[in-house]
Design a protein around this ligand. Structure first.
Ligand SMILES: [Mg+2]
Length: 207
């Protein structure tokens, strides 16, 4: 139960983005929608997760009260988790990951996929049983689709505080989502998987 791996490159070495490569397989409004039963039913045994505005608010050391319960529930079900973050603050990433007892890969430069592959190696997972989870289309979802894993978007993210370039990209995200909804290609909040991504590209990475 997995999708075809997205193409990373074209003949001339230039990468392109299409709407499918920016479209998640699932959209959730809360991590708590991702129950162990749901994930296992979809064959997901490992999650690569973003950090900022996905697990914790941007630049925060605070652990949301229900986050640890959610993580322990996944752990009890045998679902592995690894943080893949673009953050430029590795000390905070290290501290939060340690508090949560989670492995992590720092400075992954999503949508590049090497950091995600390192997470899969840490978890002993593969593209068929792994999902990428995050709050941004142009980093988290694009990277996951390029890698060929299932992609889950948290929308909205945990807070409105974001890096300035992230705020700018939110406007582009809105256009992508609007167009995909017009085309009937945007997943329902609890909808089925939709498609296999075609082509993806590198864009400037951000926190
Ligand atoms: Mg994020």
């Amino acid at each position: 139960m997995y999708k075809a791996q997205a193409s990373n490159c074209c003949e001339d070495g230039q990468m392109t983005i299409n709407l499918a490569s920016l479209t998640p397989d699932r959209v959730v409004a809360s991590i708590h929608e991702l129950t162990p039963a749901l994930l296992l039913a979809e064959g997901i045994q490992a999650i690569i997760t973003d950090l900022d505005n996905t697990l914790v608010p941007w630049r925060s050391y605070d652990i949301p009260p229900r986050l640890t319960d959610w993580l322990r529930g996944l752990e009890a079900a045998g679902i592995r988790i690894c943080i893949a973050s673009n953050t430029h603050f590795p000390k905070r990433l290290h501290a939060v990951a340690n508090t949560l007892s989670l492995p992590y890969v720092a400075d992954v430069k999503k949508p590049e996929i090497e950091g995600l592959q390192r997470c899969m190696a840490v978890m002993g997972s593969n593209v068929s049983n792994t999902a990428m989870f995050g709050d941004q289309l142009f980093t988290d979802i694009l990277a996951g689709n390029r890698l060929g894993v299932r992609t889950i978007l948290l929308r909205p993210g945990l807070s409105n505080y974001e890096f300035i370039t992230t705020k700018m990209m939110r406007n582009v995200e809105t256009l992508v989502i609007w167009r995909q909804k017009q085309l009937g290609q945007w997943p329902q909040m609890d909808g089925p998987q939709l498609r296999s991504p075609q082509i993806a590209t590198a864009v400037p990475h951000e926190d």
